[in-house]
Design a protein around this ligand. Structure first.
Ligand SMILES: [Zn+2]
Length: 78
């Protein structure tokens, strides 16, 4: 009925602060990178994450305004 086969638990890497599956014994993001490159990887990942969150927030706000306008127009027509 239910399968737990797709559930993946993860660890947070101490070097790059990214998550990797617990079934791997090493982080696949920063293995082979120097400490500086691992920190740079984490910084660029979080910068991209913040950028995409700002885009999502703007999209959600526009969607909310469209729904409010549709509701207001609907109530005015009643
Ligand atoms: Zn890592």
């Amino acid at each position: 009925m239910f399968s737990a086969g797709n559930i993946v638990s993860s660890n947070t890497c101490k070097r790059c602060k990214l998550e990797y599956p617990t079934r791997q014994n090493k982080c696949h993001h920063c293995t082979g990178l120097s400490d500086d490159k691992a920190a740079q990887l984490a910084n660029s990942y979080y910068a991209e994450l913040h950028k995409s969150n700002r885009k999502l927030r703007r999209t959600m706000l526009i969607g909310m305004l469209v729904v409010i306008n549709i509701l207001l127009i609907g109530f005015m027509l009643i």
